[in-house]
Ligand binder design. Structure first.
Ligand SMILES: Nc1ncnc2c1ncn2[C@@H]1O[C@H](COP(=O)(O)OP(=O)(O)OP(=O)(O)O)[C@@H](O)[C@H]1O
Ligand SMILES: [Mg+2]
Length: 283
C-alpha cells in the first residue's frame, strides 16, 4: 500500500530518544479525517465512525469516552493498525500507518492469557509469538518481565497459572504483557470493565503507577466517566454512531494522583460536564 501524501503532510516527524520514548509535546498519533464504513456498498452498510480528526501528543494519556456502539473500538482498532480506515489517514510516530506495529502495546477487556503458561511466560508471550528467543540465555528480557510483575504487585506469583489468579491479578499480567515489548504507544479497550468496583479502583492505581514509571503515549477507551477523568490528561467524547469527536477537554489534576481526587468538587464538576455531553450527544 502506498503512503498517502496527505498523511505525510499532517504527521510531523517525532524524534525518539534511545529508550524509544518520543520527545514530549510532539504529536505522536495523528488521526486525520478518519471515517469507517463496514460492509460498504452492501445492504448491511454501517457507518461506524464519521470523519474524525485529533492528535495525541507524545507521552500524553488520552481517554476516549462515548455511548455504546459509537465506534470507540473501531477507532482504537484502526490506530492499532488492525483495521483500515475507509477514508482518511492515521500517522503514528511520524509514519503513516499501513499495518500493525510491534511498538504498539494493546490491552482488551479480556486478558486472554494462555491457561497452560505461568504468569511470567504469559508476560513473555509477545516474544514467543514473534519467535524471538526467550530462554535462559535471554536473561534481560526475562528479568524485565519479572520486574514488571513485581511492579504490579505480583512478586510472589511469577509461576502461578492463570486459573490460580483472580480477575484483577490476570489483568495485572495483561498490563505487564502489554509493556514488556517497551511499547511507545499503549492502546487499551475497556480493560477493567469486567472487574468489580473495588478491583477496578485498584487497577486504576496500578495502571497510573505503571504509566508514571514508563510514561508511554496512551489511548484508553472506557464507558466510565470517573475512570476517564481519574486516569487521563485529556478526555475526548464521541457522539452516537456514526461517532465523531464532540468534546476534547484537558484534565487539570497534578500527578501523581490518588483516588481521593475523586472526592473533590472540581473532579465532580468535570464528570458532570462530561455526563451532560454524553447524555445530550447529537445523533
Ligand atoms: N466487523 C464489523 N462489521 C460490521 N459492523 C461492525 C463491525 N464492528 C463493529 N461494527 C458496528 O460498528 C458500530 C461501532 O462499533 P464499535 O464496536 O466500534 O462500538 P463501541 O463504541 O466500541 O461500542 P461499545 O462501547 O459497546 O464497546 C456498531 O454499530 C457495530 O455494530
Ligand atoms: Mg467497544
Amino acid at each position: 500500500m502506498s503512503i498517502p501524501a496527505a498523511a505525510l503532510r499532517v504527521v510531523r516527524p517525532v524524534v525518539a530518544s534511545p529508550g524509544g520514548v518520543a520527545a514530549a509535546g510532539a504529536d505522536y498519533v495523528v488521526v486525520d479525517r478518519v471515517r469507517k464504513v463496514y460492509n460498504e456498498g452492501s445492504r448491511q452498510q454501517v457507518e461506524a465512525v464519521a470523519p474524525s480528526s485529533f492528535a495525541i501528543k507524545a507521552g500524553e494519556f488520552v481517554a476516549l469516552l462515548g455511548p455504546s456502539g459509537c465506534g470507540k473500538s473501531t477507532l482504537l482498532m484502526m490506530i492499532a493498525g488492525l483495521d483500515a480506515p475507509s477514508q482518511g489517514t492515521i500517522g503514528v510516530a511520524g509514519h503513516a500507518l499501513t499495518q500493525p506495529r510491534a511498538e504498539t502495546g494493546i490491552m482488551f477487556q479480556d486478558p486472554t492469557l494462555l491457561p497452560w503458561k505461568s504468569a511470567l511466560d504469559n508476560v513473555l508471550f509477545p516474544f514467543l509469538a514473534a519467535k524471538r528467543a526467550v530462554g535462559p540465555a535471554d536473561g534481560p528480557t526475562r528479568a524485565r518481565a519479572a520486574t514488571l510483575l513485581d511492579q504490579v504487585g505480583l512478586g510472589g506469583f511469577h509461576h502461578h497459572k492463570p486459573r490460580q489468579l483472580s480477575g484483577g491479578m490476570r489483568q495485572r499480567v495483561a498490563i505487564c504483557r502489554a509493556l514488556v515489548y517497551e511499547p511507545d504507544l499503549l492502546l487499551m479497550d475497556e480493560p477493567f470493565s469486567a472487574l468489580d468496583a473495588i478491583t477496578r479502583d485498584e487497577m486504576n492505581l496500578v495502571l497510573m503507577k505503571m504509566w508514571e514509571e514508563h510514561h508511554r503515549t496512551a489511548l484508553f477507551v472506557t464507558h466510565s466517566i470517573r475512570e476517564a477523568v481519574y486516569l487521563a490528561d485529556r478526555v475526548l467524547v464521541m457522539s452516537r454512531r456514526p461517532g465523531r469527536i464532540i468534546e476534547d477537554i484537558r484534565i487539570p489534576f497534578a500527578r501523581p494522583r490518588g483516588l481521593e481526587i475523586g472526592e473533590t468538587v472540581e473532579f465532580n464538576e468535570i464528570c458532570g460536564h462530561l455526563r451532560g455531553k454524553i447524555q445530550h450527544t447529537p445523533q
